[in-house]
Design a protein around this ligand. Structure first.
Ligand code: BGC
Length: 765
């Protein structure tokens, strides 16, 4: 025994030091200054603009770290999500976009999606997926809203937590992004988001806080923008103060691609890894270490966090990836999630579900060229797409021949044309060119209306990273789309037949100008590769719709309290992420143009439904809205205290004629005497299982007492006022069903650090 262990010690002493889970501090001591710098700076980028593309290890991944072979430190590979794995030359499953996942209001289902994505991350040789994106959908025109979850931080945080738990259960990592207040794309590298500490804590950080505390992501990615005067990538208050000191986060923080300016400031702020990294970053870090202008302790902490990450990764463990993930299973998960994310907004006169033997006249070029995901880092190079035409045929519906032939002709040209145009652009910062909308002749319409039982029109919108949407050309329906809806509506209504509109969109569009021409409206979002099958399932009633809006839909865009912070700039060039007002290294940041150089979050905490319900401004569809084919009755609501939580319990009965799931939303109205409070806020939610007609389920929703607190800027901490709180079980933000009151006898207060102050920086005009 003694001899055996002696032998091992001798062998170890003689063998070169190699990284293992237990010797990280020894390895840190062993590393040279240059090696430390090499570790903290990524291996660079191979593509345009230094963003998001490497050919090392896994082609098309976003970046890697540097290996140090002599100490057994391998490189690890980082690839984009969130709608699947964004790499080249591999058939990756295109999952539904973030907004579609949050519309399920079902974190366990999203966890299944996470497992399926994690399987592809692992089996394609990637170590960390750069997802989920959880930024608050502050304004409907943000170009990346499709990657994000919601206007509400609780819904966003819970959905993100499910996604992260799922992915990490496969032994690979995630990077929750973009931390924080990255709510618009225009000038995103130089835009200063000026947000009050209260709005930050309650909205723009709380989504991250919930997800991080509930799922412990391996990494966090800071954002491009400034927050109250300091770049997120160089922001000590953010990466160290809030994240580590207030929340106790232990993992690694990385920059977004080419975010931040000075490598030493980046690392000193608590950003441990600079991606994709450049020679300039490396040189500056080596110089700072040599001059002692950055404490070696800060460098060693960052290196330690990176090594702790590396030892968890499959590449370090020598995992031999198969290149063969469970694609068929994963596609079925993608389909299930897409189905549950579909939101039924309108269903007059039983337009849906479709009778099994219906003949459908299918209109709109998007029906034949369905959009399954967005552009930019959130794009996935998927293997196939089921469009709506195929989805309906596979579900056994007959398609009207006249319409089908018209679109077959039209799509032949449009497909060729858009392919030709798209192949000339890099799809990162330019909208994908879509086929032009076509209007069938009066003859075709009259014939179709006579021969088919129902009409379906799909309206599509695709956008993505680097650019926000334009109100006129993306939010509003185009003249051609309006003409098509009007013509089909008139032709079919003249025959007493119904029109269904499917919105295959990455974000909301105007509803007011056209919705009364449609009998049913279904929002499919961008549902991933199984799109057509998922939409057909809901249209046919095979799946009862159970999705709910994760955002409010205003009557007019200009009702949105943040409407004016999205400048509508029209140029003949693509307006990309750095097109405006660059402030390169060494040049003082400009503060001339509001909403370009800086944006004031003047609405404070009153964005989305917090504004609409408090100010009683009518919406087209409220936050949390979604119809079903069946009805649910709520009864027997109770609220009890259980330690530090409140537990809301109620019975939900399916009183209609179809099986289905119900989403139960719990809003809380606070006393609002000592503090300014919205008239209600979402504090908990759950989804039932599938209930057959007549079946009931008792649901229990746990609401931590801490969620009732608001952020007190003067005292720096979370304050809960005493008084009577109403717990409201609701169908959506504007439709309460049952309520119970609870008295909180004593006020309470939990201090935080004093971080991210805004006041001295605010520029009011
Ligand atoms: C995006 C990130 C992405 C990174 C790597 C950046 O442009 O903002 O979301 O993860 O590129 O591709």
């Amino acid at each position: 025994m003694m001899i055996g262990s002696l032998l091992v010690t001798v062998l170890l002493a003689g063998s070169p030091l190699k990284l293992n889970g237990d010797n990280i501090s020894r390895i840190v001591n062993e590393l040279t200054t240059e090696e430390k710098a090499a570790l903290l700076v990524g291996s660079g980028a191979k593509a345009f603009d230094g963003v998001g593309y490497t050919t090392l290890y896994v082609k098309g991944a976003a970046g890697t770290t540097h290996p140090i072979d002599r100490l057994g430190i391998p490189a690890i590979v980082l690839a984009d999500g969130p709608a699947g794995v964004r790499i080249d030359d591999r058939p990756c499953t295109k999952f539904p976009i973030g907004t579609s996942l949050s519309s399920t209001w079902n974190p366990s289902l999203v966890e299944e999606v996470g497992k399926a994505i994690g399987n592809e991350v692992l089996e394609y040789g990637v170590d960390v997926l750069l997802a989920p994106g959880v930024n608050i959908q502050r304004n409907p025109l943000c170009g990346r809203n499709f990657e994000y979850y919601s206007e509400d931080p609780l819904l966003a945080g819970k959905i993100a937590a499910g996604y992260i738990r799922g992915i990490q259960s496969q032994g690979v990592g995630t990077s929750i992004k973009h931390f924080a207040a990255n709510n618009q794309e225009l000038n995103r590298l130089y835009l200063d988001a000026r947000v009050s500490p209260r709005a930050l804590r309650e909205l723009y950080l709380r989504n991250f806080e919930i997800a991080i505390k509930e799922s412990d992501p391996w990494t966090v990615m800071t954002s491009y923008n400034y927050i109250n005067g300091t770049l997120a990538a160089e922001n000590h208050d953010l990466a160290t103060g809030v994240l580590r000191e207030d929340w106790g986060y232990k993992g690694l923080v990385m920059t977004d691609w080419a975010a931040g300016v000075y490598a030493d400031k980046i690392v000193a702020s608590g950003n441990d890894l600079i991606q994709p990294g450049s020679d300039a970053h490396y040189n500056r870090l080596v110089q700072a270490m040599n001059e002692g202008s950055i404490p070696m302790a800060a460098i060693d902490t960052a290196v330690t966090r990176l090594l702790r990450l590396i030892v968890k990764c499959p590449r370090f463990k020598g995992y031999e990836y198969s290149d063969k993930p469970a694609l068929e299973h994963n596609a079925s998960v993608a389909r299930k999630a897409a189905e549950e994310g579909i939101v039924l907004l309108r269903n007059n006169a039983g337009a849906l579900p479709l009778a099994p033997d219906s003949k459908i006249a299918l209109f709109g070029v998007t029906s034949y060229d369905f959009i399954t995901g967005g552009t930019g880092a959130g794009n996935v190079n998927g293997s196939y797409v089921i469009d709506l035409r195929q989805g309906l045929s596979d579900a056994g519906f007959a398609l009207d021949k006249t319409t089908d032939e018209f679109y077959a002709d039209c799509m032949r040209y449009e497909r060729f044309n858009t392919k030709r145009i798209n192949s000339k652009f890099d799809q990162w910062f330019v909208d994908a060119e879509r086929p032009a909308e076509a209007l069938p002749s009066k003859d075709i319409l009259t014939r179709a209306a006579k021969e088919a039982d129902k009409a379906i029109i799909t309206i599509g919108r695709v956008f993505g990273e680097g650019k926000d949407r334009l109100h006129q050309f993306s939010y509003l329906l185009s003249a051609a789309e309006m003409r098509l809806i009007k013509a089909v509506s008139e032709a079919f209504h003249a025959e007493g037949k119904r029109l269904i509109v499917v919105l295959d969109v990455g974000g909301i569009v105007d509803m007011t100008a056209w919705q009364d021409m449609a009998d049913a409206i279904v929002v499919s979002w961008l549902p991933g590769c199984e799109a057509g099958h998922a939409v057909a399932s809901v249209l046919s009633g095979r799946e009862t719709p159970s999705g709910r809006l994760p955002m409010s839909v205003p009557v007019s865009y200009y009702d949105d309290p943040t409407a004016c912070s999205m400048p509508q700039i029209l140029t003949d060039k693509p307006v990309n992420y750095s097109f405006y007002r660059p402030a390169p290294a060494g040049i003082k940041k400009r503060y001339d143009l509001e909403n370009i150089d800086y944006v004031n979050y003047r609405e404070g905490i009153y964005s989305g439904y917090r504004y609409y319900v408090t100010e009683k401004v009518r919406t087209a569809y409220p936050f949390g809205f979604g119809l079903s084919y069946t009805d649910f009755r709520y009864s027997g609501m109770t609220v009890e205290e259980d330690g530090e939580d409140f537990v809301v319990r109620l019975d939900v009965e399916n009183t209609g004629g179809h099986s289905g799931k119900e989403v139960i939303q719990i809003y809380v109205k606070a006393p609002g005497r000592d503090m300014d409070k919205p008239s209600r806020e979402l504090k908990g939610f759950t989804k039932t299982g599938t209930l057959a007609p007549g079946q009931s389920e008792t649901v229990r929703i746990r609401i931590p007492r801490s969620l009732l607190a608001s952020y007190d800027e003067e005292r720096c901490g979370w304050a809960t006022e005493k008084g009577t709180y109403s717990f409201i079980a609701a169908k959506n933000a504007e439709t309460p069903v049952l309520a119970r009151k609870i008295r909180i006898k004593d006020a309470s207060f939990t201090p935080t650090g004093n971080y991210l102050r805004a006041e001295p920086l605010f520029i009011e005009r």
